[in-house]
Write a protein that binds this ligand. Sequence first.
Ligand SMILES: *Cc1c(COP(=O)(O)O)cnc(C)c1O
Length: 360
Amino acid sequence: MTRKFNFSAGPAALPDEVLQQAQRDLCDWQGKGLSIMEMSHRSDEFVSVAHQAEQDLRELMSIPDHYKVLFLQGGASSQFAMLPMNLLRGKQTADYINTGIWSTKAIAEASRYCSVNVAATTEAEHFRRAPTPAEIQLSPDAAYLHYTSNETIGGVEFNYIPDSGSVPLIVDMSSDILAGPLDVSRFGVIYAGAQKNIGPAGLTVVIVREDLLGQTLAGTPTMYDYKVHAEGESMHNTPPTFAWYLSGLVFDWLKRQGGVTAMAEVNQRKAAKLYAAIDRSDFYANPVAMDSRSGMNVPFTLADAALDKLFLQQAEEAGLLNLKGHRSVGGMRASIYNAVPEAAVDALLTFMSDFETQHG
Ligand SMILES: *Cc1c(COP(=O)(O)O)cnc(C)c1O
């Protein structure tokens, strides 16, 4: 078996060790004679797996006790609606920062439930940077401030936590959760689809401050009420058991790597050498402002777009998969999440340098 290097934006690479563990467990989980997928979510076995995963995530992110951790379905996209439904709490306005495609989608969905004040946007500059703190204009009557810490498509990441004043700060952290240490106490809600930097698709992690629960908008579906899931320990209905289990294996793997501080060091090295190589050459380019460059998703273009197809084809032959940029922006994108080893970035750099020598 040869595992290639996978730069997919999502569903994305998973650690080899985790997949091997899942393979060993698959048909016969811990000698029980059945797989984890075939068990009741209410069985002692699954409940212990679920609790361990939550405990490990709490430990990795130092999540304070007055936050609930929810393991939900529906993707980050469902959170775009679930958030205003739970967090407006009687108000009619919410502040949103717009830094790209995912923020734009969050704004569009929230606009169905409230009036959205765009507190800052870099759209006029084609979303090539995050706004500065001074550019963020909060409205006096907003229920919360929402932002996207890492725009997965544009490769734009905040290098600071915005100040939301007296209202809760909400973040879509789908593509950079667990990339490094974070002060969870700064946030009202942190949410992330699992398939970027956590585990397989099908699971959405929501970390919510307890005092924000229980004031949903009239007509909110039961399944969209955070409090229902918090009280049911994410088992109000059948949770995505396999994705939860597999994410638990990833949390355990992260702990063995030295946790998020150790990951942040490796991630920083991976991103720094990739951007340095792009900046050094006239053949490759990245349009994002230096201080807003993503540590997770690195989009880049070739000087001659006519070579894109050949680049992708030869990259694939060299064992470097899924480097094609998002359909809306073209070019290339290397997603270098926690599970993408430094050796993958080194192999990509060698390939890029050889390709430039041949075609530059
Ligand atoms: C992928 C992504 C989403 C959408 O996630 P789904 O789980 O597909 O709904 C939302 N926000 C960000 C930042 C993403 O990267």
